[in-house]
Design a protein around this ligand. Structure first.
Ligand code: SAM
Ligand code: SF4
Length: 382
């Protein structure tokens, strides 16, 4: 039976962070019962479309899913189990913010079946948390980490580095402090300026928001070195884990395996008996809710994609991973050789430059290649 990963989007946050362009909204009132019903309905839609599947991972992402009522997670998980067999080692992750209100609910989410928490710590410096517009301070972050460790078999947390005023020395101190708090997995994201965010406006006015390009590159390299020393090398550009502790859900995206997206603005990629599909639901929470109520799903786009498009996407995703693309998995997925798809001369050039490498049945980007992956992909596609 083929595997399936399920992403469930909760689109609400307490406040909007100035760097964030995720599909997140601040709402005065949320009808939790209506959300439970809508999740159930959209899950039933996919159960009819993809019946013979085993669910290997479930991910409640956001927005801030720790603002859900734990009962909503219970409802979604029960509904999934009613439709599909669940793998014995299923990974069920929930993204959480470290404010105390949310931390109090951890026991409830654990009881619902969540077995992995991903905490948005972002920084261990109070000034930085204020700059990032976060609703928590470092004391709350540390307490939330303690509680995550107490309630969940696995947890990870996110940090954002390359902030303005942050030097490589300061980042090294902060990262080493963070390392002492980890339990097998850490995501370290370089601060990026996204369109339609408050930071984009600030940067547009000429204000410093991020560290200099030179410092940012140094901090990326420093992160790789420190994390390798700590036994948690990068398995993806921004994700580091002890071998075996990788986030299995996100690996599904990067390995281009099948996943469905439930909730507003969620994406899916999966193969049915007849075609490979790309899906996307309506982004606005109320619009998604109305569509689900009226037609059983909130899909805005559901199109078959051709092999050429799928291969391009698979290459883009696979090169994010340290393991790169497996020739055998490519062959199994597309029925053709990866070598037939790659532009041979361009690859040879990038290999000579030290950005790509082919070893042990895998084709992958080196650490230097992953650091400038957009440029590498642009060159391959151009
Ligand atoms: C969907 S958000 C996490 C959800 C949760 N609400 C939170 O804030 O912790 C996923 C992560 O992406 C990272 N992120 C979002 N926007 C970013 C940006 N512009 N630059 C760097 N990291 C960013 C943050 O570390 C964030 O925790
Ligand atoms: S970073 Fe997290 S809490 Fe902040 S707006 Fe984005 S999703 Fe919401």
């Amino acid at each position: 039976m083929k595997n399936l990963a399920i992403y469930i989007h909760w689109p609400f946050c307490q406040s909007k962070c100035p760097y964030c362009d995720f599909n997140s909204h601040v709402a005065a009132r949320i009808d939790h019962e209506a959300w439970r019903e809508a999740y159930k309905k959209e899950l039933a839609h996919y159960a009819a479309l993809l019946p013979a599947r085993r669910v290997t991972s479930i991910f409640f992402g956001g927005g801030t899913p720790s603002l859900m009522e734990p009962e909503t997670a219970t409802t979604a998980l029960n509904e999934i189990a009613r439709h599909w067999p669940i793998a014995n080692d299923v990974e069920i992750t929930l993204e959480a913010n470290p404010t105390s209100v949310e931390a109090e609910k951890f026991a409830g989410f654990r009881a619902a079946g969540v077995n992995r928490l991903s905490l948005g710590v972002q920084s261990l410096r109070d000034e930085a948390l204020q700059f990032l517009g976060r609703a928590h301070d470092t004391g709350q972050a540390r307490r939330a980490i303690d509680l995550a460790e107490k309630y969940f078999p696995r947890f990870s947390f996110d940090l954002i580095y390359a902030r303005r005023d942050q030097t490589p020395e300061l980042w090294e101190q902060e990262l080493r402090e963070a390392l002492a708090l980890t339990n097998g997995h850490l995501s370290a994201y370089q601060l990026t300026i996204e369109p339609n965010t408050a930071f984009h406006t600030l940067a547009g006015r000429g204000e410093n928001v991020t560290a200099s390009a030179e410092h940012s590159a140094l901090m990326y390299e420093q992160t790789q070195t420190i994390m390798v020393e700590a036994g948690m090398p990068a398995y993806e550009i921004s994700n580091h884990a002890r071998p075996g502790d990788e986030g299995r859900h996100n690996l599904t995206y990067w390995r281009y395996d099948d996943y469905i997206g439930i909730g507003p603005g969620a994406h899916g990629r999966f193969v049915t008996d007849t075609a490979r599909y790309a899906t996307e639901t309506h982004r606005a929470p109320e619009v998604w809710l109305r569509h689900v109520r009226e037609q059983g799903h909130g899909l805005k786009i559901s199109t078959p994609i051709d092999d050429e498009t799928a291969k391009r996407e698979a290459l883009m995703m696979g090169l994010r991973l340290a393991e790169g693309l497996s020739h055998a998995q490519w062959q199994a997925k597309f029925g053709t050789s990866l070598m037939d798809f790659l532009p041979v001369e361009k690859c040879a050039h990038l290999e000579a430059e030290g950005y790509l490498t082919a070893t042990g049945g895998h084709f992958r980007a080196t650490a230097a290649g992953r650091q400038r992956l957009n440029a590498v992909l642009g060159y391959l596609a151009g």
